[in-house]
Design a protein around this ligand. Structure first.
Ligand code: LLP
Length: 418
């Protein structure tokens, strides 16, 4: 719950606390996460799919406290590395409710997943089918698996985050016949139980067409496979990918209910539906706060406003050309707008957070800038480039604030070195 106090906007309050108080207590840069918003977004998905499964895509943002929220909201968790699996365990999630993804899980990661009793492993290659078969046999268990299929749907999104095309590194191509072969091999392995088929076509998707097309192709493939082998395949997991709004005027994505309705229409009623939303849950919950350090005017060129973070805490503008907005959040201003480029503190010119942004002309050192919709793929993709320490995540709710990820310290960094 974000709200402005005072005239002409005044100070921004998050979860009932003013940003100046938050910055004074926790420092900047800082990610401020609205806990109730996170839970409300979990509930939206949960309610959209009461008879199915909602696996939160942990890659968007994960820490033990988030795992506890997911648990309380009745969501399962999708992890794609041993590290994410360790956080799931640390947060107390029952491993049976964890789905394990990844195109190159190591033998050690798979062994640990099997030992922990991970609910489902999404197999991604023939090598992995063999590897997992051996490990499950050794452990004397039958491991439930889904088969990741690339259904040949290219989502309208940045090429680095589109994953459903035939040329993807992920999964088994439907069009090239590899998916059918994967079904054959899994069914031939007594140590594996085919729990379902999986696809994920991409991320930051704002129209329903791609989801519906993937659902139709995957349903047809499921029915073909059942017919060919005389088996029942109980589940179809159609992945995540629903986009969010970053700036006023961005395309408004459909709601979780609308996405589920589009999927449900294409999928036979008896097939259990699963989804894996990440960004659409975590993204809108969080505001990134920065402090302005310098304002530089270059005659004939423009204005640079430098903040105390940058590409290390938000690599998305540099990596994907992602467009954000920012507002002065610490005070009211009557000054007219003036265009500025908001840049970070890193030693390269590509370290731009927001281009051509109208900010009050009197923006000055000490002002706090707020960047909304900063909850997904920002803290989780943050780096230590230039030996900066990664910012903390503060959960706010009903006027109180608590650290759920603490700020890194220079000692944390120095500890790595011999
Ligand atoms: N399931 C699978 C198998 C995935 O690969 C992903 C995301 C998700 C679910 C969650 O998707 P979401 O609902 O969050 O779109 N770093 C990029 C996004 C990469 C997404 C990777 N896979 C970015 O910052 O835009």
């Amino acid at each position: 719950s974000a709200a402005w106090t005072g005239g002409e906007r005044g100070e921004l309050r998050l979860g009932g606390i003013g940003v100046r108080e938050l910055a004074a207590e926790f420092g900047t840069p800082v990610y401020v996460l609205d806990e109730e918003e996170f839970l409300a977004r979990c509930a939206l998905w949960r309610e959209a799919l009461p008879d199915g499964e909602v696996h939160y895509g942990g890659k968007a943002f994960l820490c033990p406290e988030v795992v506890r929220w997911l648990d309380s909201a009745g969501l399962c968790l999708d992890v794609c590395t041993g590290g994410e699996l360790a956080v799931a365990v640390a947060g107390g999630m029952d491993p049976a409710r964890v789905v394990f993804h990844g195109n190159n899980k190591s033998a050690a990661e798979l062994r640990r997943a099997v030992a922990l009793g991970v609910g489902c492993v999404v197999v991604d290659s023939f090598t992995e089918i063999e590897r997992l078969t051996t490990l499950a046999e050794e452990a004397g268990i039958r491991q439930r698996v889904m088969i990741r299929v690339t259904p040949g749907v290219s989502a309208h999104t940045h090429e680095f985050i589109a994953t459903g095309g035939d040329d993807s590194k992920f999964g088994f191509s439907l069009n090239a016949g590899l998916a059918a072969e994967a079904v054959r091999r899994v069914l031939a392995a007594p140590a594996l139980e085919l729990a379902g088929l999986h696809s994920h076509i991409g991320s930051q998707i704002t129209d329903l067409g791609g989801f519906a097309l993937a659902a139709r192709r995957m349903s047809a493939f499921l029915l073909d496979s059942e017919r060919e082998h005389g088996v029942t395949i109980p589940k179809l997991d159609l992945g995540g990918g629903l986009g969010i709004v970053h700036r006023p005027g961005d395309p408004v994505p459909p709601s979780p209910a609308e996405v589920v309705a589009a999927l449900r229409e294409a999928v036979p009623a008896r097939v259990r539906l699963a989804v894996e939303p990440g960004r659409s849950i975590a993204g809108p919950t969080t505001v990134a706060l920065y402090e302005v350090g310098t304002v530089k005017d270059i005659p004939g060129v423009g204005r640079y406003v430098s903040v105390d973070g940058g590409m290390s805490d938000n690599p998305r503008p540099a990596m994907y050309g992602a467009a954000y907005t920012a507002v002065v959040a610490s005070r009211a201003s009557q000054a007219p707008p003036r265009e500025a480029t908001v840049v970070g503190r890193h030693c390269e010119s590509g370290d731009v957070l927001v281009r051509d942004l109208p900010l009050p002309a009197d923006v000055r050192p000490g002002d706090l800038l707020a960047v909304p919709a900063s909850g997904a793929y920002q803290r989780s993709m943050a780096s230590n480039y230039n030996h900066v320490t990664r910012p903390p995540v503060i959960a706010v709710r009903d006027g109180s604030a608590r650290v759920i990820v603490r700020r890194e310290t220079e000692d944390d960094l120095l500890r790595l070195y011999t």
